[in-house]
Ligand binder design. Structure first.
Ligand SMILES: [Zn+2]
Ligand SMILES: [Zn+2]
Length: 360
């Protein structure tokens, strides 16, 4: 295992910068906020540690990129900032997300609530769910894994057309695997930063995708024609476990981070680290390092304390915010499923430590 350790000075400059305007902006943060962010360059910090590399296939080794410090982010003319008119993040589900309508509805509300806390100060709205056929995207059966896949670029075009006036961005989520082009095996997600749209699949986040008895395999013969979407009817959907919920919250916030213009983090262990495979994605934390936190705070303008409190509240609230009361639902539908938040326990403990530093 290799440890990517930067000097205190390097981290301090990456966070605060040497530009006098940005230094004085930093000094305007509350004392507690500065105390927390300064943990970035405390070698003994138990909140922020270095990035560890476990294999040659890890992201940083296989995809060398230029690092982005706070100043580079701040002065990037192409980054996206929510305006007073465009402060909503929209989530569009494509195809069923859970094995019943209730699970699909609750699950997307959990994700919405998480994004609302994470991007504290922005509004998160749900678009009416659509079927795969409604997007008119191309699809295929993957030759290696035999699962159904939909064309990521076609979905992005669909989302761009549907983008509401007040949208900062629209993110599509689906339980169907994605492919970006014929020659590629698969992709976890794809985004267009200029259009402010992204599509992410959680098909591979279930517990059985990589097992030999994965139930999403289809026989070639089952495919009728390239525009017969009935193949998606009752197609296999992984169970919404706590781990799947955590992985999807992690992916969506990482990817929306990119839409704000945050590049892959190379400073400290951080949500914005790149990841090349599922094991590396699992290793990456749910939290932003102070450098990335300052970038997001600069774009959104939240209070760091209030944001952390909202995240704890989301973890503690055991079900989605709004009970199902619409009369069209039958009586047995009228339930709130408990939110499977067990996997967020470590993240909660970590946030509580941050709150202690912030409010000392
Ligand atoms: Zn990324
Ligand atoms: Zn970071």
């Amino acid at each position: 295992m290799q440890i990517l350790r930067h000097s205190e000075q390097t981290l301090k400059t990456a966070l605060i910068s040497k530009n006098p305007v940005l230094v004085s902006q930093y000094e305007k943060f509350e004392a507690g906020e500065q105390r927390l962010m300064n943990e970035a360059f405390q070698p003994t910090s138990d909140l922020f540690g270095p990035i560890t590399l476990h294999s040659q296939s890890d992201w940083i080794t296989s995809h060398p990129e230029a690092p982005q410090d706070f100043e580079q982010f701040y002065s990037d003319p192409y980054r996206n900032t929510p305006s007073a008119e465009k402060r909503s993040i929209y989530i569009q589900s494509i195809g069923a997300l859970g094995n019943t309508r209730i699970i699909s509805e609750e699950y997307i509300k959990w994700l919405k609530g998480y994004c609302e806390a994470f991007f504290y100060g922005l509004t998160v709205k749900l678009l009416e769910p659509v079927s795969v056929s409604a997007t008119r995207c191309s699809f295929r059966i993957n030759d290696n894994t035999q699962n159904l896949q939909i064309h990521a670029g076609h979905i992005l075009k669909f989302l761009k057309k549907k983008k509401p006036e007040d949208a900062f961005c629209v993110v599509g989520i689906t339980m169907i695997d994605l492919y970006p082009r014929d020659s590629w095996n698969f992709v976890f997600g794809q985004a267009s930063l200029t259009d402010g749209v992204g599509i992410f699949s959680f098909a591979r986040y279930g517990r059985d995708f990589y097992s030999s008895h994965y139930e999403g395999k289809v026989k070639k013969l089952q495919k009728k024609s390239s525009n017969d979407y009935s193949i998606f009817d009752n197609y296999y959907i992984p169970e919404i476990t706590s781990v799947l919920l955590l992985r999807s919250c992690k992916t969506v916030t990482h990817e929306i981070g990119h839409i704000f213009g945050l590049r892959h983090c190379q400073w400290l262990a951080c949500l914005m680290q790149g990841s090349n495979h599922l094991e590396e994605a699992d290793r990456r934390p749910l939290n932003l390092c102070p450098i990335c936190l300052r970038k997001l705070q600069c774009a959104v303008g939240f209070s760091i304390v209030e944001r952390y409190k909202a995240l704890v509240k989301w973890i503690d609230d055991d079900s989605a915010s709004t009970p199902v009361v619409a009369p069209r639902h039958s009586r047995e539908d009228n339930v709130n499923l408990p939110k499977p938040a067990e996997a967020f326990k470590d993240w909660r403990e970590w946030i509580v430590k941050c709150l202690a530093i912030l409010q000392k």
